[in-house]
Design a protein around this ligand. Structure first.
Ligand SMILES: Cc1cc2nc3c(=O)[nH]c(=O)nc-3n(C[C@H](O)[C@H](O)[C@H](O)COP(=O)(O)OP(=O)(O)OC[C@H]3O[C@@H](n4cnc5c(N)ncnc54)[C@H](O)[C@@H]3O)c2cc1C
Length: 337
């Protein structure tokens, strides 16, 4: 375990932003994590997974701890379900592929989301009608100040839309070290109702999809819509879809009857932020090396050498214009550092 100084984070963030860490260390076990935390009690710390949900707007004046704990296993099963545990540093998509190869159902709609397993509870990742909270049982986490381990159950995580206790009540207090999911062994709940999954399956004449078919469909759709961070720096959806009260929505909808929306409760609706941004004229707009993706207005991109500050400036301009046009505030989903 080597602590490196002035470490470049360019390869550790999917935006490909050049920023450095005052110090950087990768940890591969709970013991290493404990040792590092104990030996650096008074240092500021920053936890890094796959770097796919952050915009670095400055150098990080802290000890960056890259969580690289590996391993996955079945910890319990009954006739219908299996409980699988993954260490935090496993790559999420590889873990999903492993569950599908074993015919364990529940994660297939979240294929190809970048990042690590340990970060998935932080923002309750989700895609194509499924969220982590639907299969998440618990996670183990180390208290940064005391090094004590704590188990957080699903209920204790306070999951919401791209929200959890780790972004709120206990922000910056815990490092998630492993996660347990409860998956189906048969009678899988195949969910093809969202987005273009059904159309993608139909293209391949699939009427009774397996877990793998759904995963392949999701992968094909994602690859056709989202830029690959290896080719064009980005952090996926930069903004959350705003949730607004029905009464506010009705007033706005009268002015913009073509506005898309989904009911989320009796009193609230969700509006697609991508649609708002597109209508505000930003889709495909480029400002130097920073810009809004040409096919997916929700995604901000780095065309090469944009700084985090330049991308942040574009995000602010987008937020301001959307608010001026529609009176709706859109919030960043990405962690701005
Ligand atoms: C092309 C693309 C597509 C994407 N699509 C989706 C999508 O469909 N749905 C979706 O929900 N997200 C999506 N994302 C966002 C991102 O993939 C997820 O948020 C992912 O879970 C982030 O994981 P990470 O390991 O890269 O996190 P990082 O960016 O490394 O960290 C994110 C935050 O979590 C903290 N953190 C990291 N590891 C830990 C830990 N072990 N314990 C505690 N805190 C920690 C960090 O300090 C930081 O604040 C996409 C991103 C990209 C680039």
């Amino acid at each position: 375990m080597e602590i490196q100084s002035n470490f470049s984070l360019k390869k550790h963030n999917t935006f490909g932003i050049e920023a450095s860490a005052k110090q950087f260390v990768a940890v591969h076990s709970i013991d290493e994590l404990k040792t590092i935390l104990l030996a650096n009690k008074n240092e500021k710390k920053f936890i890094l997974g796959g770097g796919s949900n952050m915009l670095l707007t400055k150098d990080i004046d802290a000890l960056v701890i890259h969580i690289d704990l590996k391993g996955k296993k079945i910890i319990k099963e009954d006739d219908d379900f299996v409980w699988v545990q993954s260490q935090a540093g496993e790559t999420w998509h590889d873990f999903v592929v492993w569950t599908i190869e074993n015919n364990f159902g529940g994660l297939e709609n979240m294929s190809l989301i970048p990042g690590n397993v340990g970060t998935t509870p932080v923002q309750n990742i989700g895609a194509y009608g499924t969220e982590i909270k639907d299969t998440f049982v618990s996670c183990e986490a180390m208290n940064i100040a005391t090094q004590e381990m704590k188990t957080f159950t699903n209920a204790e995580c306070n999951f919401g839309y791209r929200e959890s206790i780790f972004k709120n009540e206990v922000k910056d207090q815990y490092i998630i070290t492993s996660v347990v999911f409860k998956l189906t062994k048969h009678n899988h709940k195949i969910n093809t109702s969202y987005g273009d999954i059904l159309a993608e399956l139909a293209k391949n004449n699939i009427t009774e999809p397996t877990l793998k078919d759904v995963s392949n469909a999701v992968i094909a759709i994602r690859q056709s819509k989202l830029p690959d961070p290896k080719e064009l720096g980005n952090s996926g959806s930069f903004f959350k879809n705003p949730i607004i009260s029905k009464s506010d929505f009705e007033k706005i909808h009268q002015k913009f009857p073509e506005m898309k929306f989904y009911e989320v409760s009796d009193t609230e609706v969700k509006v697609p932020a991508g649609w708002l941004i597109e209508q505000a004229g930003f889709k495909g707009k480029r400002f130097g090396d920073a810009g809004v993706h040409k096919n997916q207005a929700l995604v901000l991109v780095n065309y090469g050498n944009a700084t985090g500050q330049e991308i942040l400036a574009v995000s602010k301009e987008v937020q301001k214009t959307v608010f001026e046009k529609f009176g709706i505030q859109i919030e960043a989903e990405v962690n701005v550092i």
